[in-house]
Structure formats: C-alpha cells, structure tokens
Design a binder for this molecule. Structure first.
Ligand code: TYM
Length: 341
C-alpha cells in the first residue's frame, strides 16, 4: 500500500484507546465491478477494514452526472453493493451505504462550493474528459463533481482514502478545498490522504486507456466465465511482437502485467515471454483461467446476494442509519462556524 504523503506518526503519548483512524471511499454504480476497480481500489477497501473505521459509499448522486435512467440507476446501485460485499466488504467490520441515503452530503457540498474557486474546477482533468465523452450533456454536476467528492470524505472527517491513481487530481482538490475552508472558518477538517494499491492504474483490454466502463475496455470480474474469457482473449499485448518467435517484452505487455497479481510465478512466465518459449495467446489463456478461478467464489456470493435483494437493501439502510449521528454532528459544527446558527 502506498500513499501520496508519509503517514503521520502517532505521538508517543497517544492513549492506546484512541479511536481508530477513519477511512472513506466511494464508487459509482456504473455497471458491475471490473478488474481495474478491484486491483486499483477494492483490494485496499477490504484490507483497510481490519485496522480502520472504514466507510464505503456507492455514489449515486455522482452517477446522476452521466446516467439519467432511474430504473437502471436503482439496479446498478444494488448490483454494486452485491459486488462489493461479494469481494470481501464485511458489514460487521465496515459501513457500506448509498450516498443519497445521507442527504447531508449535498448540503455540505453546497457549503464547500462557496470556498471553491470555479477556476479550480474548470482545470480538473476529469471535467475536461467528460466534456469530450458526453458533449451533449455537459451538466453543472460535472463541474462541481469534485466538491461533492470532497464533501463525501470530510463529512466523516476521514483521513485516508483508498482510490486508484485516476482519482489523484480529485483528492488533491479535496485537500485544497479543506485548506480553503479551514483558513476561512477555523480548523475543522483533516486533509485527506490518498492510498494506493500495487496496481494504481490498470489498463483496459485495448492496452492504451485506463480500464473503464465508459470506454468499454473492461474485464468484468463477476460476469459469467465465458464473457471473462472473451474479454481477456481480446486484450492487446506487446504491439511490437509480430511473430510467435519474436521475443516478448513483459514490462510493456498488459497481459504480462496482470500476471503479477494472479500467482507468484510471474518472473518465470516473463522469462518464457522474453525467450519466446510462450506466445501471447498462451499467456492470455493462462491469465483468463486464473482470473476466472480467482473470482469464482465471489461470483457465487454475488449471485446468492442478488437472489436476496432485501438482504442487500437491509445492509445499505443499516449503514446509512449508523452514519447519521456522525454526518449530523459535522453539519452542526459547520453551520455554527459559517454563521448559519
Ligand atoms: P469510480 O467509480 O470511477 O471508481 C471506483 C474506484 O476504482 C478505481 N479505479 C481504478 N483503479 C485503477 N485502474 C483502473 N483502471 C481503475 N478504474 C477505476 C478508482 O480510482 C476508484 O477508486 N469519483 C470516484 C467516486 C467517489 C469517491 C468519493 C472516491 C465519489 N466520492 C470520495 C473516493 C472518495 C469515482 O468515480 O470512482
């Protein structure tokens, strides 16, 4: 696990009963979970449950900046919850909830908007990307998206945020917003810190762009095995390896990179590539088998959960209820500081 900053060292006098530091992360309900989500972020969500007070959120308000189909949004929200639970989030050890079930997030986002210069938002790389991806729907939510993200994190005063590298600019903006607020109204929020896995950027099957649902280059890890295999077999490998006998370059081959996360023999496999003992198709078949095998138990849990939607809904409701006192306490403090009381 790596972070943008060196972790704070606890003072020697800190009592052993100090509350556990808080971690928060959010994920959009934009379809089922893909390999980039898991390797880049969810593995850290699961790991951090052990030591942190962990809060994880399905960000349906954020999804509304790109999805305008109410039934689809509802279905995907439940699917994302089932996916996260199947991959190891444990409602006994973390709090999982849906963003719109705690509407305080939007009130805080508005208040944070008033300390956020528009120029900071206009220069955000994801805003520029979205303008290209959905030119007919450049809604205001796309611009203020990072302010809502900052509100998500700081409303619980979380200090650590497990995310993929694509969220780095948003996290930096969250820190700037915190500094702007604290400067104007007094020390209120801690500056959140990003935490990354060993795979902070997972490339898609095209081998060029970051794996992403909106690009359509995903490996859908909880899908039926045939689909996973088809997606893996479509992966672009080392483009300079034309003939089977050409030596491979595992350092630049997307398929070889994935071998690092599924099995401990990747160095042997890479040697086989370098010496052309193995070909790209062999390598794809192997990684497809490993991915299917690795996620088979999670897929089974996912299907079981989806057969009992009331169970998923119960977990999400309990999560939102558990967070109510924390969200309300922060809002009381913020309203007081800003002169709204
Ligand atoms: P989202 O839904 O796009 O992605 C969820 C998480 O998965 C990571 N991720 C990846 N990591 C590595 N390689 C990839 N190809 C890849 N694709 C996705 C993302 O970095 C993310 O951690 N804006 C956020 C949601 C959000 C949020 C928050 C996150 C809203 N509020 C507060 C943290 C804290 C997003 O759209 O993630």
């Amino acid at each position: 696990m790596t972070t943008d900053l060196a972790p704070a060292v606890a003072p020697a006098s800190e009592p052993v009963t100090a509350p556990r530091p808080r971690t928060f992360s959010g994920i959009q309900p934009s379809g089922t979970v893909h390999l980039g989500n898991d390797l880049g972020a969810i593995r850290n969500y699961v790991a951090l449950q052990a030591e942190y007070e962990a809060i994880y959120c399905i960000v349906d308000y954020h999804a509304l900046t790109s999805t305008h189909d109410p039934d689809l949004l509802r279905t995907r929200t439940r699917e994302m919850a089932a996916g996260l639970l199947a991959l190891g989030l444990d409602p006994e050890r973390c709090t999982l909830f849906v963003q719109s079930h705690r509407p305080e997030h939007t009130e805080l986002a508005w208040l944070l908007c008033t300390v956020t210069p528009v120029s900071w938002l206009e220069r955000t790389p994801t805003y520029k990307e979205k303008q290209l991806l959905q030119p007919d729907d450049i809604n205001h939510g796309l611009l203020t998206y990072p302010v809502l993200q900052a509100a998500d994190i700081v409303i619980y005063k979380a200090s650590l945020v497990p995310v993929g590298r694509d969220q780095q600019a948003h996290l930096e903006l969250s820190r700037e917003i915190v500094r702007a607020f604290n400067r104007r109204y007094g020390d209120t929020f801690p500056e959140p810190q990003a935490v990354y896995t060993e795979a902070p950027v997972v490339f898609g099957t095209d081998g060029v762009k970051k794996m992403s649902k909106s690009v359509g280059n995903t490996i859908d890890i909880l899908a039926e095995p045939d689909l996973i295999r088809r997606q893996v077999m479509s992966m672009v490998t080392d483009t300079q390896r034309i003939k089977r006998t050409d030596p491979g370059r595992p350092e630049v081959c997307n398929v070889c990179q994935l071998q690092r996360f599924f099995g401990d023999d990747y160095e042997d496999l890479w040697e086989g590539e370098r010496t052309a003992r193995t070909g790209c198709v062999d390598m794809k078949k192997l990684i497809a088998d490993r991915i299917v095998r690795h996620y088979a138990p999670a897929r089974e849990r996912y299907l079981e959960l989806m057969a009992h939607p009331e169970e998923i809904d119960g977990i999400l409701e309990a999560g939102a209820d558990r967070l109510a006192p924390k969200a309300r306490a922060t809002m009381d403090e913020v309203r007081q500081r800003m002169g709204l009381r």
